[in-house]
Design a protein around this ligand. Structure first.
Ligand SMILES: CO[C@H](O)c1c[n+]2c([nH]1)[C@H](O)[C@@H](O)[C@H](O)[C@H]2CO
Length: 448
């Protein structure tokens, strides 16, 4: 139901990217390789053999890209830091040139009145740490905290918003459960261990921030609300399993002090009794939670599907994006009201929301018309406003993404940007969705 669209006067409008997806120059100026460097080098891992070697060439073009953010009137920009630019070996000696790059980016943003929002980890683990077990090694909580502390000390005077992890679920499910993302493992025991170590590392970094930080810190999770395909008990149970695994697995231990019981049922002996002290660490109070919302899932029971025993049910009347995600703005409203109901009034940011539809490789007459993405953006604005009207404490919205970029193992085949990138020439062109977003930002949504 459409209601009057209204946003709080200080609502923070911005856009989001991540280091490996846009920067290029992954080994420049002393940087070390990440697990994505390795993953891309394995034939068959990446659509069309695409890599992050150049991507959007942002490492060299960041001033032009910040100027485009300013042209759109953005108030904030969410980006991630490449751990292996800062610590080429993942720990030990600091690479000053890596710190200098992000310092220059932050200063450029501030000079344009754009608030930097930093994600410490957006999937690009230093390869040297993967050689030591990566997220499977319990020591990674300390390695991550040492890395975080270096950034806090270097930038907390200029960065007021820190997120420890981007989507621990994707890191675990893609990197360790199904092997579709770096480091490409497929092992139930490893998935459980990596997931828990990610949360320990998150809590340890938050604890370190409380000792030296002066601003706000949180985590970013992807939420995909689950709806039962029928009211048969088997589908209701399947929906609950899917919700526990994808959505509650990370927020429950932070806010409720324990994992959803369905996880032990699903993982079996791969899910040990975790030490109680871990939950004290994981449960550090957060200043905000970032939520990435793209789509929902309609769920049915499917005993043959390892290990969750669920399957999605395609909705025949719905619009689907190029990534196969149903356009379902009501799911954004439901995600936000459900968060409030289960976890309370912690401030929220939509840290990613967007859609991949086909855009031509080259702009035509300086324009890129993207009507489906424009329609999606409008509908998601309505859904977000509806959640605000129901009292959900949402503080800002970062559209995914500023630029067309490397969509991980899908390469450059999927375009999420509101700014088109011609990857042959690196030419940037504002899409129609960029012009709409600029109007939304300028009018605080009143133009809708
Ligand atoms: C399953 O998680 C979310 O659907 C999700 C979608 N996305 C993400 N998470 C990641 O944070 C981005 O790096 C992706 O580029 C972006 C688009 O695929």
């Amino acid at each position: 139901m459409s209601q009057t669209i209204q946003f709080p006067p200080d609502f923070l409008w911005g856009s989001a990217t991540s280091a490996y997806q846009i920067e290029g120059s992954p080994l420049a100026d002393g940087a070390g390789p990440s697990i994505w460097q390795r993953f891309c080098a394995v034939p068959g891992n990446m659509r069309d053999g695409d890599t992050g070697d150049i991507a959007c060439d942002h490492y060299k073009r960041y001033k032009d890209d910040v100027a485009l953010m300013a042209k759109l009137g953005l108030k904030a920009y969410r980006f991630s830091v490449s751990w292996s630019r800062i610590l080429p070996q993942g720990r030990g000696a600091v690479n000053q040139a890596g710190l200098d790059f992000y310092g220059k980016l932050i200063d450029e943003l501030l000079a344009h009145g754009i608030e930097p929002m930093v994600t410490l980890y957006h999937w690009d683990l230093p390869a040297a740490l993967d050689d030591r077990g990566g997220w499977l090694n319990p020591d990674i909580a300390d390695w991550f905290t040492d890395y975080a502390r270096i950034l806090f000390q270097a930038f907390d005077g200029r960065v007021k918003s820190w997120a420890t992890l981007n989507e621990p679920w994707v890191v675990t499910d893609g990197g360790y459960m199904h092997g579709t993302l770096a480091p490409g493992h497929r092992n139930l025991h490893e998935a459980a261990l990596a997931s828990h170590n990610l949360m320990r590392a998150h809590g340890s970094a938050v604890k370190a921030y409380r000792e030296i930080g002066r601003h706000q810190i949180g985590i970013v999770v992807n939420i995909e609300p689950k709806y039962p395909a029928s009211q048969f008990q088997e589908d209701l149970d399947a929906t609950r399993r899917a919700d526990a695994y994808m959505n509650r697995q990370y927020l429950d231990p932070i806010f409720l002090g324990s994992y959803p019981p369905e996880l032990k049922q699903m993982f079996g002996d791969a899910w040990p009794e975790w030490p109680a002290a871990d939950f004290e660490l994981i449960g550090q109070k957060l200043d905000f939670v970032g939520i990435n919302y793209y789509t929902r899932s309609v769920v049915r029971n499917e005993p043959s599907n390892w290990p969750l025993k669920v399957a999605p049910v395609r909705q025949p009347q719905a619009t689907y994006t190029e990534t196969g995600w149903e356009v379902f703005p009501q799911g954004l409203t439901d995600t936000l009201t459900s968060f409030k109901q289960r976890y309370g009034d912690t401030p929220l940011y939509i840290m990613e929301n967007g859609s991949a539809f086909y855009d031509p490789p080259n702009a035509e007459n300086g324009r890129v018309h993207d009507p489906l993405r424009v329609d999606c953006l409008r509908k998601n604005m309505q859904a977000l406003s509806n959640a605000l009207a129901q009292g959900v404490n949402v503080r800002g919205y970062m559209v995914w993404s500023l630029l067309d970029n490397l969509e991980w193992s899908l390469g450059f085949s999927k375009r999420f940007g509101i700014i088109h990138v011609n990857f042959a020439t690196q030419q940037r062109t504002l899409k129609d969705s960029a012009y709409l977003y600029a109007d939304i930002v300028a009018s605080n949504g009143a133009c809708l």
